[in-house]
Design a protein around this ligand. Sequence first.
Ligand SMILES: [Zn+2]
Length: 274
Amino acid sequence: MNSFLKELRDAIKDFLERGYSSEDQLITWMERLRNATDEKVNGNDYYTQVSRRFTAAYDMEVNREKALKRHPGVSRFTLNYVEPKLRSELDRRIMAATDLIKLNRTQAVDKTLQRFSGWATSIPPITSISPGLSASSRSGVISTSQDIAKSAQQIDFEERRVMIDQSHKLIANIDNIIATEGGALAAVWHSHWRQPNYDYREPHKHRDLLAYAIRGNWAMKKGLMRAGDNGFLDEVTQPAEEVFCRCYLTYVYNLRSLPKDMLTKKGEAFLLAA
Ligand SMILES: [Zn+2]
């Protein structure tokens, strides 16, 4: 992105110095700007970049079993069993994030170029004979150009955001697959609201440490448990579903670890007999 920003600043400088002198001037700059928006970040294409980052996260969660900390009771054996599903989620998430980053970027670049050409063509030619702009309109022209450069800087920020959000989605989906295949009964929400400078969502703070029942699980089918006061997990937005959400879930796999209000009479009797 840096080459695009640099070209954009040069282009702005040229128009500030010379004004809009000819259509050729604009066409040349637009071409240079387009050429500067190659689909690379740190020398890699987006797919490689996303793939490297997500594969590292996957390795940590699955191969090095970090995910199992959120799934007490699930064995390495079960994790191996669901691995093909987790792998295909990884592939799917890499494609989705790459597409999203490219799409956002194309839209942001187009918007920036559109604003730039609108701005450039509004400046009268500036020559030694005609001084061009009055001082007051000159300051307006300058502040608009600063705006345009600023919005171009946002493009990088937006790319990082998508990358971070999508890697949280990957982990949330890995959890979801393990929970479904492993037969989780409930999930406990965790918010990072205590962490300084974390811009948490108020409703997510309220969910912190609340347990939600997972619909259709085996214990519910056997009449051993029911949804508690907080209802079902599918009735709230999922972790990482909303922008910048870094909440996560831990899962409950055995009846004994359920909050008391989620056990039925039958469930209580079952536990006493066990
Ligand atoms: Zn959240």
